[in-house]
Design a protein around this ligand. Structure first.
Ligand code: ADP
Length: 224
């Protein structure tokens, strides 16, 4: 669960200002908005990777953030997969036992000893997902986890996220894929120019939005 109030974050030439925001336990939220709207900034604030200039953020449960870069450590695929668990204090052997089924599911079981840097973009994305999911977080914050993936990998990633949700985890997923935002979200947040323009149940936001700006954006009429 995450609750934010009076959030303010300023960069030169940009300001993110969100009056109030709530992510209840177990909720699947998708976040949409033009490039530069502040989506990644909001996620970093919610993750606690950056402090706001003003406002408060209350977090309950374990929050894990999956960045856009699909960063891998210069270690083996297996060591990358266990990294999150080891950070959480799980002994290496136990961590390895726990990540194996995940690595099998994402088709990386045959590559355990290979250096992770050799993986393709799609494989790195799957590895990053495994690293995050294996820690069984209460809240998962994801910045465009399926960007530039082929359709099969998108479907696989979405299946894993749905499953995490079915297990009671809360998710906040930033995506430029509006179909995905509608497909996966229970609630969708539309960010525009550093403001939370609309937060509505996903189906409603895409079919009967409250704001004209939301309608124009989801109809593809907003040029940016
Ligand atoms: P989005 O994820 O919606 O594309 P971002 O949150 O990445 O938007 O960025 C919002 C604005 O803040 C952009 O204008 C970006 O250049 C600026 N910005 C983001 N991070 C920083 C930073 N660390 N320092 C300065 N400006 C930043």
């Amino acid at each position: 669960m995450i609750r934010a109030e009076g959030l303010l974050r300023r960069y030169p030439g940009f300001e993110l200002a969100v009056e109030a925001l709530e992510l209840p336990a177990g909720r699947f939220v998708t976040v949409i908005g033009p490039s530069g709207a502040g989506k990644s900034t909001l996620l970093r604030l919610l993750a606690g990777l950056e402090a706001p200039d003003a406002g408060t953020i209350e977090r309950r449960g374990r929050v894990v953030f999956l960045d856009q870069d699909r960063t891998v450590l210069e270690r083996s695929v297996l060591a990358n997969a266990t990294f999150g668990l080891e950070l959480a204090g799980v002994p290496r052997r136990e961590a390895e036992r726990r990540v194996r089924p995940w690595l099998e599911r994402v088709g990386l079981a045959g590559r355990l000893r290979q250096p992770a840097q050799l993986l393709s973009g799609g494989e790195r994305a799957r590895l990053a997902l495994v690293r995050a999911l294996a820690t069984e977080p209460d809240v998962l914050l994801l910045d465009e986890p399926t960007q530039a993936l082929d359709p099969g990998n998108v479907a696989l990633a979405e299946a894993l996220l749905r499953e995490a949700h079915a297990q009671g985890r809360a998710l906040v997923l930033v995506t430029h894929n509006l179909y995905q935002a509608r497909r996966l979200g229970e609630e969708t947040w539309f960010l525009l120019g550093g403001r939370l323009e609309e937060a509505s149940p996903s189906e409603r936001l895409f079919t009967r939005p409250e704001r004209e700006t939301t309608r124009a954006y989801v109809a593809g009429e907003m040029v940016y």
